[in-house]
Design a protein around this ligand. Structure first.
Ligand SMILES: *Cc1c(COP(=O)(O)O)cnc(C)c1O
Length: 386
């Protein structure tokens, strides 16, 4: 690819890195290389591609792009966010120990406890917003700390720089799930993390039309290992879905700006609403880690959780929304609204939810980029049902 030193800013990188015109045709959009194999000129002579599980030009382009956006040295894309987390865990050996934030995407502890624990891996869950708890949880065989910040759905913030300083003294690699903020608002690698994972399904793709995941690394062994895992276990992202993400990231900067503007306005509206008991949003001064959020993020994003008081209240209001769509997932241009206790966090069980402070009355919104007045009016109308 042609190097261009004037491609410095985030939006320019999103639009141009890996997205260079196709050298053979001039096509401005990256072609979708829908092929399973590549013809070879003679034995041992090919153009760098042999079989599409191992590598694909469309996938290469996306991987270059995402590595640049996170400031990493490599990126490898997988069929979903969970496939990316699974790939990450193949770096571990039986007996190894992982510390995980106690309030993460529900699928992560399900994978750890119900699948990977059977292979001799050990997991501890701690409140990573308290660095002292992280320190106490470290063991001789601790290899990874897996941090989600802000967390899902309570929007708790962990101090990436402080955790990285602590863990690097003990040779523990720091992994940050950056799905909620996207690289536009948070750059974990610049703060000291070793790897970043994303569900590209969310803000990176941004249009609720494809699943995907990525692991971004900083060391040569990350690049080697994840390329090898793509080849060995095969849960790669298809060329079409790579293309969807390449298309989605071109507008990441403008989408995130609008998500953030709308997010702040909706959080303020909910905080002032008489039917809402509490709002969890890092942009509010009442958020316990508002100062840390301002320090490590450049925006507050679009994810908001609020307390309606009871399951009955949540159910009533959710039945009335029209602009907001009731559904799991997040990060799309359309506003999605969900009920964590019965949807994304049902697998935690009542006890597990109670332990992290997740109540039956909580509702989570992924604020989209519609006209904010319409979202507000829709929520106001739905809240009247309480
Ligand atoms: C959705 C999500 C995942 C899992 O990603 P999939 O693409 O659904 O497999 C992981 N982490 C976070 C924070 C998520 O929101």
């Amino acid at each position: 690819m042609k190097e261009n030193s004037n491609i410095r800013g985030f939006a320019s990188k999103a639009i141009h890195v890996g997205q260079e015109p196709d050298p053979s045709t001039g096509s401005v959009a990256v072609p979708i290389h829908a092929t399973s194999t590549y013809v070879q000129e003679e034995l041992g002579k090919n153009k760098g591609y042999e079989y599409a599980r191992v590598s694909n030009p469309t996938r290469d382009r996306l991987q270059q792009n995402l590595a640049a956006l996170e400031g990493g040295t490599s990126a490898h894309v997988f069929a979903s966010g969970m496939a990316a987390v699974t790939a990450l865990c193949t770096m571990l050996k039986a007996g190894d120990h992982v510390i995980c934030s106690d309030n993460v995407y529900g699928g992560v502890p399900r994978l750890f406890n119900q699948v990977l624990a059977n292979y001799g891996l050990e997991f501890s869950y701690v409140d990573t917003s308290d660095v002292a708890q992280v320190e106490r949880a470290l063991r001789r065989r601790t290899k990874f700390i897996y941090v989600e910040t802000p967390t899902n759905p309570l929007m708790t913030i962990s101090d990436i720089a402080a955790i990285s300083r602590l863990c690097h003294k003990r040779d523990v690699e720091v992994i940050v799930d950056n799905t909620f903020m996207s690289p536009y608002f948070q750059q974990p690698l610049a703060l000291g993390a070793d790897m970043v994972v994303h569900s590209t399904t969310k803000f990176l793709n941004g249009h609720s039309d494809g699943l995907g995941g990525v692991v971004i690394g900083t060391k040569p062994e990350h690049a080697e290992r994840f390329a090898f895992i793509q080849k060995c276990s095969g849960a790669i992202l298809s060329p079409f879905e790579c293309w969807l993400v390449l298309r989605g990231v071109k507008t990441l900067a403008v989408r995130m700006e609008q998500h953030d503007r709308n997010g702040r306005a909706i959080a303020a509206f909910l905080a002032a609403h008489p039917k809402v008991e509490k709002v969890f949003y890092p942009g509010l001064k009442t958020h316990p880690q508002h100062e840390l959020a301002k320090k490590q993020m450049t925006g507050f994003g679009a994810m908001i959780t609020f307390e309606t008081g009871s399951l009955k209240h949540a159910k009533r209001m959710l039945a009335k929304v029209r602009v907001c769509s009731l559904g799991e997932s997040l990060g799309g241009v359309e506003t999605l609204i969900s009920h964590p206790a019965t949807m994304t966090h049902a697998a935690l069980g009542e006890k597990g939810r109670k332990a992290i402070g997740l109540t039956d009355g909580m509702v989570r919104i992924s604020v989209g980029i519609e006209d904010v007045e319409d979202i507000m009016a829709d929520l106001d109308n739905a809240l009247k049902a309480i």
